[in-house]
Ligand binder design. Structure first.
Ligand code: SF4
Length: 82
């Protein structure tokens, strides 16, 4: 059974990832600007952005609380464009 985190990642990837565009799927999902989407506050982001948000006092999104308790049993793999 897939974890909640993996389900969110897959949904966002299916929604907006374009292998012909620049950046990884996380880069592209991070740039999603559909703020009225229910998944927007918990959409996957790059590690660099997560670390930056942790350093910013008063960040709008408390990343630690969002990812707490979510499983991450699989390593992320990028699929090269065909
Ligand atoms: S947050 Fe953005 S990429 Fe993720 S499902 Fe919503 S609209 Fe799609």
């Amino acid at each position: 059974m897939a974890s909640l985190k993996k389900c969110i990642e897959q949904k966002c990837k299916d929604c907006c990832y374009d292998p012909m565009d620049t950046g990884t799927w996380r880069d592209q999902v991070e740039k999603c600007n559909v703020r009225n989407c229910a998944l927007w506050p918990v959409r996957p982001m790059t590690v660099a952005t997560i670390n930056l948000q942790r350093k910013v006092k008063g960040s709008a999104v408390d990343v630690d609380s969002l990812v707490a308790g979510l499983d991450d049993e699989e390593e992320e793999q990028e699929v090269a464009p065909a």
